[in-house]
Write a protein that binds this ligand. Structure first.
Ligand SMILES: [Zn+2]
Length: 140
């Protein structure tokens, strides 16, 4: 099936190709995931701990929410531009994300990962569907 989607390299701004032509990966850094999870645990200890008088967790205000640790960003790069070592990142080869159906299948798969909500995948696919993503764009 022809490509419905281009994955755009964040280093050179050109589409990732398939295996035979300038391949690349969508990826998320394991180190950044570990950092985010530690920061989130710390944030929750600080802001969501039950009150000493037993009245339950405190209300979390807007200012506090603004300090909530950011989700780890998915990136896309050609292997020739910048490629994390396999051990350093969770990677999806560009040849495996060619169509909207592929995106649905990957989303289903990724929802089984304990760390998926520590990443911005939901934003990535939402922006792609709305045609305003700089990472996943319809061909043409
Ligand atoms: Zn590139």
């Amino acid at each position: 099936m022809d490509r419905e989607l281009n994955i755009i390299c964040q280093a050179c701004s050109k589409p990732l190709g398939d295996d035979e032509h300038n391949p690349g990966n969508l990826w998320v850094s394991h180190a950044e995931l570990a950092t985010r999870r530690a920061a989130l645990a710390e944030w929750e200890r600080e802001h969501l701990a039950p009150a000493a008088d037993g009245s339950g967790p405190p209300m979390v205000g807007f200012r506090t929410m603004a300090s909530h640790p950011e989700r780890v960003r998915w990136r896309a790069t050609h292997e020739a531009c910048d490629s994390p070592a396999d051990a350093d990142a969770y990677t999806i080869a560009s040849r495996r994300v060619r169509t909207w159906l592929d995106v649905v299948k990957w989303t289903s798969h990724l929802m089984g990962k304990t760390w998926i909500n520590d990443t911005n995948w939901s934003t990535v696919i939402g922006e792609a569907a709305e045609g305003r993503s700089n990472l996943i764009q319809p061909v043409g």
